[in-house]
Design a protein around this ligand. Structure first.
Ligand code: PAF
Length: 254
């Protein structure tokens, strides 16, 4: 696996790959990789000639007072996992590489995205996600990108970004990978104590039952929203101060 740290070198490598007529799959991540990320990597490896993974904890998608500086980082373990899986390139830029200038063009989401679910409860978050993904897509120029269903609104925002900015990328959204008790895998699960991890299982139970009172009855869980959009029911809640999200497609989960 080749580790690429600068944009010019990465763009050069990607141009060579495209000139050879090879397809490129891209999995953008913020690291602390778990089996959910690895399922995206596996899909890209099986569907594309080359797989690129990026690890970049993007400051512009964290609101003031959120966990940017505490976000789990485990680069050596991540590299090992990606290497073992057979990933071709790891794009590992630092903050100056992605944001060299303090003044940058910013994104504004339509109200139908900004006004629901995490769009509403984390104002500015998806603007940051859209900004970094637009940059990453332009640097890597993949044919396919891979995202997890867990971050439901993120998948809608990215799909809209791809369409509105005519990236010509195919977006693949893959099912949420869950721990034994049903808790959706997330890098933030690392923060949970054993007791909190068990309490957090109520999120998936409540989604499957379509019943938010299950969450309200769990004293360790502080509900942020339990919201339906089309055939998707999504939840965000804090467990021991750790913010978790999950969602289900109605009628599809056992
Ligand atoms: O889902 C994530 O890990 C991040 O939001 C993403 C897509 C890598 C952008 O920073």
């Amino acid at each position: 696996m080749q580790v690429l740290r600068t944009i010019p070198i990465t763009q050069k490598m990607m141009t060579l790959t495209l000139e050879k007529g090879k397809s490129v799959g891209f999995v953008p991540t913020m690291g602390a990789l778990h089996d959910g990320h690895m399922s995206l990597v596996e899909a890209s490896l099986s569907e594309c000639d080359y797989t690129v993974v990026s690890i970049f904890v993007n400051p512009t998608q964290f609101l003031l007072g959120e966990d940017f500086s505490d976000y789990p980082r485990d680069l050596e373990a991540d590299k090992l996992k990606l290497e073992r899986a057979g990933v071709d390139y790891l794009f590992l830029p630092d903050e100056k590489e992605i944001y060299p200038d303090e003044e940058m063009i910013e994104f504004k989401l339509p109200e139908s995205y900004a006004g629901i679910m995490c769009g509403k409860s984390r104002p500015g978050h998806f603007e940051g996600v859209a900004q970094v993904c637009a940059k990453l897509f332009n640097i890597i120029r993949p044919g396919k990108v891979y995202f997890g269903q867990k971050d439901y609104l993120q998948t809608l925002v990215i799909q809209k970004l791809i369409e509105d900015l005519n990236f010509g990328i195919e977006m693949r959204v893959l099912p949420t990978v869950r721990e034994k008790g049903g808790l959706a895998m997330s890098s933030r699960n690392k923060y949970l104590t054993d007791e909190e991890r068990v309490a957090a299982q109520v999120l998936y139970k409540a989604l499957k039952a379509g019943d938010k009172s299950l969450i309200e009855a769990e004293p360790m869980v502080e509900l942020e929203y339990f919201e339906r959009n089309g055939d998707v029911l999504a939840v965000a809640a804090k467990v021991g101060g750790v913010r978790l999200v999950d969602c289900v497609r109605l009628g599809r989960e056992k």
